[in-house]
Design a protein around this ligand. Structure first.
Ligand code: ADP
Ligand code: MG
Length: 358
């Protein structure tokens, strides 16, 4: 049951029927806020409202629960799908109200994180008092011009670099409390990386590169193989598993890096300018892969980018300038194009019209 999809469908049908949120609320005898919660996917209508709602929106119950129109020829197949989803969601929870934000686990939490680089002659405050949180299943972007502190911030979260002050928690564990030794295994257990340079080992095949991530986690050989085959299929790299990194394209290498990052089921995937070296088609494919991983597999992804088009795939974007967060945008009920336009507007506001360059 995809509440977001159902919500968008309710909103679209409400508009098609010429109703405002208030008008629909009035007809159903509930508050405007409830409608708005349905439409943003935060909650589901109460069971008792299903029938009157379907009548008002001129849709069937199956269509409501699926969040899309069902044509006559698909009726049987789709109805079974709805039934299956309803049953599984009933089994999974005893009420319709979706998880509120507080119930979704927080994967990453930063509190007043600072980083000062000291050299003999100068000291640079690359990151200043940055605080934010990411909950499970979110695809979050960090945008900012070159030199704004994005990589510094990501490296601290990646536990590759240490914060000068402040706190970083991943899965509730404060990373500054871990010893060097513990950090290596912590990274293996909790983090996945997709960086601009693919970090694939040239002397190993794609399969071996991916298997390496799993063997480090000490998984039995048979399950390693099945896992790789499954994920390679999902990310469309089945054909190239036996090739070496230099025999495949940049886009394919990045998708291999994605499989390698996701296959250990990390709590957080970190990506620094992952599309930086890709042509626009491969970049689009990679970003769509991230969206799929977050939506379908609840992967939590933090991606650094200076590119507004890449950022428009995210659910939420934090804008950095001179080491500080200057603004935050959350995707609303809008398509990528509309979100993209809002991103450009925000950049223009922050920078006074100067566009980002790499
Ligand atoms: P971005 O990734 O947004 O381009 P960085 O995080 O790489 O920005 O850099 C932020 C600031 O910190 C810049 O002024 C950069 O020159 C400085 N900086 C980054 N790394 C170091 C370092 N190892 N030593 C000293 N200064 C650094
Ligand atoms: Mg950088």
């Amino acid at each position: 049951m995809d509440q977001k999809k159902i919500g968008s469908f309710i909103a679209a049908r409400r508009k098609d029927n010429g109703l405002t949120q208030s008008q629909l609320a009035e007809k159903l005898g509930i508050t405007d806020k409830a409608i708005s919660k349905w439409e943003t996917g935060k909650s589901m209508p109460d069971l008792s409202l299903f029938n009157p709602l379907c009548n008002l929106l001129q849709i069937t119950l199956n269509e409501l629960l699926l969040g899309e129109f069902i044509s006559d020829e698909n009726l049987k197949e789709k109805s079974n799908q709805v039934l299956f989803e309803v049953v599984t969601s009933w089994l999974g929870k005893d009420q319709w109200e979706s998880k509120t934000d507080t119930q979704v686990p927080t994967v990453l939490k930063l509190k007043k994180v600072r980083k000062i680089y000291e050299t003999e002659s100068t000291s640079t405050e690359a990151v200043k008092d940055v605080s934010f949180e990411i909950t499970k299943g979110n695809f979050v972007g960090i945008m900012g011009a070159s030199g704004s502190g994005k990589t510094t911030l990501l490296n601290m979260i990646a536990t590759i670099d240490k914060a000068t002050s402040g706190q970083i928690e991943i899965d509730g564990q404060s990373v500054s409390e871990l010893s060097e030794n513990d950090l290596a295994s912590f990274r293996r257990e909790h983090l996945g990386f997709v960086f601009q340079e693919y970090n694939l080992i040239d002397t190993l095949t794609v399969y071996e590169n991916i298997a390496l991530a799993l063997t480090i986690k000490q998984m039995p050989k048979e399950s390693v193989k099945q896992k790789i085959i499954d994920w390679a299929e999902r990310l469309d790299i089945s054909e190239i598993l036996s090739k070496f990194p230099y025999e495949i394209s940049g886009g394919q290498r990045q998708r291999c890096a994605c499989v390698r990052a996701i296959i250990t089921s990390p709590s957080l995937i970190l990506a620094d300018e992952p599309t930086g070296a890709l042509d626009s088609h491969s970049a689009k494919q990679l970003l769509e892969t991230f969206v799929m991983l977050s939506q379908k597999y609840s992967a939590t992804i933090l991606m650094v980018t200076h590119d507004a088009l890449s950022a428009s795939y995210c659910d939420k974007i934090l804008f950095m300038q001179d080491g500080e967060f200057k603004a935050m945008l959350e995707r609303e009920q809008e398509n990528k194009q509309e979100f993209f336009t809002r991103i450009l507007d925000t950049i223009a506001k922050i920078t006074g019209g100067v566009h980002y360059v790499s």
